[in-house]
Design a protein around this ligand. Structure first.
Ligand code: SF4
Length: 234
């Protein structure tokens, strides 16, 4: 597998002796510092111009790649430039734009129903409260966290498949925690850090090094503190 140059350069110059046993607070600080050196600048993975567009893109991203969502929304947001365009009359058009992201019919209904509620109940203004956001069709715990953290810098570390895998492999959260509980645990552990930036950094680590099926432990700067790697070596 090709190692991205940023990771390769970083790993080559990595010389801090971490040791297998490191007290928890030092481990957290080491993880935050190292992620910052690996990925100093992060940006929202989903493309959008308007706040509700980020919500819609995040709804579409369930069980889909960000690339496929960005391809779909580049057409969708042009064809449907306002909330008023998300109607039953336009459902064939909406579906044709989003069908490649998967679960198109269900997600199309989520967008139309959510647009209707945003217009009629919230007067075109996106709610800033997580519980209210979660009452919208297609919006769960992770989606609401992504939207609030990305748009308003709310202190959330939404847990997607990458954040979940990486944090559990590193052994910084209890194995038995659900994604929601993992988010709470990470937010307590990394209190005071820039949460949405950390969320993106964990995702980048998961995409580039700590892959689901082919984790690249040999080039990973966290191998000396990683619970999963320690088990693998036994
Ligand atoms: S050492 Fe391996 S398992 Fe641990 S975080 Fe790095 S790539 Fe993932």
């Amino acid at each position: 597998m090709k190692i991205p140059s940023r990771e390769k350069n970083f790993v080559n110059s990595f010389s801090i002796l971490t040791g297998p046993i490191m007290e928890r607070s030092k481990k957290i600080s080491f993880i935050a510092t190292t992620l910052q050196e690996l990925y100093p600048d992060t940006h929202t993975f989903l493309e959008y111009q308007k706040d509700y567009e980020l919500l819609f893109a995040t709804i579409l991203s369930a069980q889909a790649t960000d690339t496929s969502v960005n391809e779909a929304t580049s057409r969708l947001f042009k064809e449907c430039p306002t909330l008023d365009d998300y109607t039953i009359d336009n459902q064939d058009l909406i579906l044709s734009c989003i069908k490649k992201v998967g679960l198109g019919k269900v997600k199309c209904q989520y967008l139309i129903k959510t647009a209707k509620i945003l217009k009629e109940k919230y007067h075109y203004v996106l709610p800033k409260d997580r519980k209210t956001l979660m009452s919208l069709p297609g919006v769960g715990f992770k989606t609401s966290g992504v939207v609030l953290a990305e748009l308003y810098d709310e202190p959330y570390i939404p847990v997607d498949t990458h954040v979940y895998r990486v944090s559990h492999r590193l052994g910084i959260v209890n194995d038995k925690l659900s994604p929601e509980e993992t988010e709470g645990a990470l937010e307590r552990l990394f209190k005071g850090h820039h949460m949405i930036h950390l969320h993106r950094q964990f995702i980048l680590l998961g995409r580039n090094i700590c892959l689901a099926k082919k984790e690249q432990c040999e080039i990973c700067p966290f191998k000396d503190i990683c619970k999963y790697y320690a088990k693998k070596k036994r």
